[in-house]
Design a protein around this ligand. Structure first.
Ligand code: HEM
Length: 405
């Protein structure tokens, strides 16, 4: 194993990779010389996402990105905000003294992205089934991702383990196909899928891949960002109180949430950023070099796997004083995009849903904090890194109702 301040080479069985936690090297790979780095074969287990935007590369990716980008323009996001607010209000009005916040955030974020994408007509029940099958697929995917192999052998796909994965995929496939067919016959619908269809995306398989991609990557990460934020706030009473005071003074009641109102809550932005610095939902992601290159003084042969270690970057003491401390004030009055801080990635493949997710997180936190004070029930919580940064157990909150509800 080669170790250095900015890079280390990890080698285990047949899988070896450069692991980066230095912002300049990461920018080189994701931004400055991005054409030389494609998504690596490790992503092949994401067959669930087919050739959707997340997994594709080259010209097809560029075409898809151009087609999907308008779904995330300001106007569309503001339309989705109505869904975010109504779902968040429904949520705070239905919970009682104790809540499994991991599970509830999973349902809530899937409901929000699901309804934004495919419309409210497709009921919670459908979204519930989608969630169950996605959880099963995530478990298998995590096991595969951890195998020290850069490619998966053919025999693996015939194991019972993967056959179950395939069954879940078939279920998801038929649900989404159904939804697309209904959209094709009912052109009155206003949602992201309808926009995709009217933008001229006609290939059924392609549409299905994009829908699956947005449902999966669009809810899991947001759910984790929220869950970790609740956890961190529960461990830092003074920060939770300061945040509540800002939200209470600026918004007052959950029903009063508006886009303009949220924009003024600057401490809320700092809390969300600091939470994603310490617990980045996408804590690692990968690339593969197309051609040979240099990373600083290190020679990169062609076909080298690169791991972008977001966790390592966000806790790198070279950039962050008291790197392990939760201190939202470090984001006060600074431009987060200029910091060594990449929860949504950087470069042309940066998260297409970043603004959507950030707004959604703010809406949900605001509604929740106005309605309840809370503490954590669990005694030991720590990260359990799977494909994304989950926790060792679901986090449970004890709730104390406030008068604003
Ligand atoms: C807190 C929430 C989120 C986090 C932390 C997050 C993180 C990321 C990261 C790090 C990437 C880049 C991966 C890479 O370069 O390999 C990415 C890409 C992507 N994200 Fe997100 N994401 C979030 C929410 C969302 C939402 C809400 C959506 C859609 C509804 C979404 C859709 C996508 C898509 C489609 C890509 C692939 C973009 C491309 O390759 O052109 N994400 N996300």
């Amino acid at each position: 194993m080669l170790k250095h301040d900015a890079i280390f080479r990890s080698g285990l069985f047949k899988f070896s990779a450069y692991v980066l936690h230095d912002i300049d090297l990461i920018k080189h790979v994701l931004q400055d010389n991005n054409r030389n780095y494609v998504k690596n074969d490790k992503y092949s287990f994401l067959i669930l996402l087919g050739n959707g935007l997340f997994t594709s590369d080259g010209e097809p990716w560029l075409k898809q990105r151009r087609m999907i980008q308008p779904l995330f323009h300001q106007k569309s996001i503001v339309h989705s905000m109505e869904i975010m607010i109504s779902e968040a209000l429904k949520f705070v009005h239905t919970i009682r003294e104790e809540v499994d916040i991991t599970d509830e955030m999973g349902k809530l974020t899937l409901n929000i992205v699901g309804k934004s994408l495919i419309g409210a007509e497709d009921t919670e029940q459908t979204i519930g089934v989608i969630r169950e099958e996605l959880i099963k697929c995530q478990r298998t995917g995590s096991v595969l991702l951890k195998l020290p192999l850069s490619r998966y052998p053919e025999w693996l796909t015939n194991t019972v383990f993967l056959r179950k994965f395939k069954r879940s995929m078939d279920t998801l496939d038929s649900i989404v196909t159904n939804i697309i067919e209904r959209h094709k016959t009912d052109t009155e619908r206003i949602n992201m899928l309808a926009l995709l269809l009217s933008a001229g995306m006609t290939d059924n398989k392609q549409i299905k891949d994009e829908v699956m991609t947005l449902l999966l990557v669009g809810h899991e990460t947001t759910m984790l960002a929220l869950t970790w934020t609740f956890y961190l706030l529960s461990q830092h009473e003074n920060i939770k109180q300061k945040l509540y005071e800002e939200i209470n003074a600026g918004i007052g009641r959950p029903e009063n949430i508006t886009y303009e109102g949220l924009k003024k809550l600057t401490f809320l932005d700092c809390v969300v950023n600091e939470s994603m610095r310490l617990y980045p939902p996408a804590y690692v992601f990968g690339r593969k070099s197309v051609d040979e290159d240099w990373l600083g003084e290190y020679y990169v042969p062609k076909n080298t796997d690169i791991v972008i270690n977001v966790w390592g970057l966000h806790r790198n003491p070279k950039y962050w004083a008291e790197a392990d401390t939760f201190d939202p004030s470090r984001f006060e009055g600074v431009d987060a995009s200029k910091m060594p801080f990449i929860p949504f990635g950087i470069g042309p493949r940066m998260c297409i849903g970043a603004a959507f997710a950030f707004l959604e997180i703010k809406v949900i936190l605001t509604a929740f904090l106005l309605a309840y004070d809370f503490s954590v029930v669990n005694t030991t919580v720590y990260p359990h890194p799977l494909i994304t940064l989950t926790s060792n157990q679901n986090i449970r909150l004890r709730l104390f109702k406030r008068n604003n509800l």
